[in-house]
Write a protein that binds this ligand. Structure first.
Ligand code: PXL
Length: 275
């Protein structure tokens, strides 16, 4: 892909350094044309702010898709993040079906949960619908909580390789083709990414940073998508995205007032140089 065209579908949280305000600059910085479909507009993200506004854009999605079909617009990659409603998942499936170029890579981040809990506003009906979308993707990028909700495996804070293998087996049974499993820790002070590609397991381990901040899942997924469409292997893209996310967290350390997101902009150059 000389100059790939990527579509990313997720919300705009106007303030909060997550979803589209992270995905658009990061994927663009990877040298890739980045098209967006906002699933909702919120005044802030929902993790830690209260009283945020939420404008659901579900009913705009079919007309947007139809216009793209009429214009003959196709995407080389489609990456979905936070989706605002169960119905949106059906509409995203229509977008997959109608706007994917030949060999389009579909990446689904089932952004719906963290730290053992669903985000506000999500329920098990959403989880059920998300299972179907994951089965349509080439790559899914769950964290441990999301993987547990998708598979019905109990969420645990301490675990071993057998526990992760069980989750991977169940994700594969759901129809997930390749899994980029984030935040998997096998040793104190360490965390990492499990990559299951074509049934082959690999693991990239790095230091665990205690000052983890909100929005790093979106930073990670965006950097992974950018690196993947730039031709990196899934493992290399997973590693590049992990190193970049660590740099973002380090750039945000010692900033008590910056709890709502990670300062990803000053270290974008590191991501660009790693491509
Ligand atoms: O980072 C995931 C995310 C995206 N969008 C919104 C969110 C969250 C996580 O809480 O609230 C609106």
């Amino acid at each position: 892909m000389a100059y790939p065209k990527v579509l990313t579908i997720q919300d705009i949280s106007c303030v909060g350094q997550c979803s589209l305000t992270v995905a658009l600059p990061i994927i663009s910085a990877c040298g890739v044309e980045t098209c967006v479909l906002p699933s909702a507009v919120l005044s802030t993200h929902t993790a830690g702010f209260s009283g945020y506004t939420f404008r659901d854009l579900t009913e705009d999605m079919p007309a947007i898709r139809q216009h793209w079909v009429k214009e003959g617009i196709k995407f080389d990659a489609i990456y979905t993040g936070y989706l605002g409603s169960t119905k949106q998942i059906d509409y995203v499936a229509d977008i997959f079906a109608d706007t994917a170029a030949e060999n389009c890579v579909k990446i689904v981040d089932p952004a719906m949960a963290d730290n053992g809990n669903l985000y506000p506003g999500f329920d098990m009906a959403f989880v059920e619908a998300m299972k179907g979308l994951c089965a349509k993707a080439d790559y899914v990028l769950p964290n441990l909580t999301e993987a547990c909700f998708l598979t019905g495996v109990e969420y645990k804070k301490t675990y071993d390789r057998a526990y992760i293998d069980l989750i991977l087996e169940k994700l594969t049974a759901l129809g997930c083709k390749n899994v980029i499993f984030t935040g998997v820790s096998y040793a104190p002070g360490k965390t990492g990414i499990v990559v299951l590609e074509n049934g082959v397991y690999s693991y990239y381990e790095h230091d665990f940073l205690p000052n983890s901040c909100h929005g790093t899942g979106d930073i990670y997924a965006s950097a992974f998508v950018g690196a993947l469409v730039r031709g990196k292997s899934a493992y290399d893209a997973a590693k590049i995205a992990a190193d970049y996310t660590v740099a973002c967290i380090e750039a945000t350390a010692q900033e008590e007032n910056h709890w709502y997101g990670a300062k990803f902009e000053p270290v974008l150059i590191k991501l660009i140089q790693s491509l």
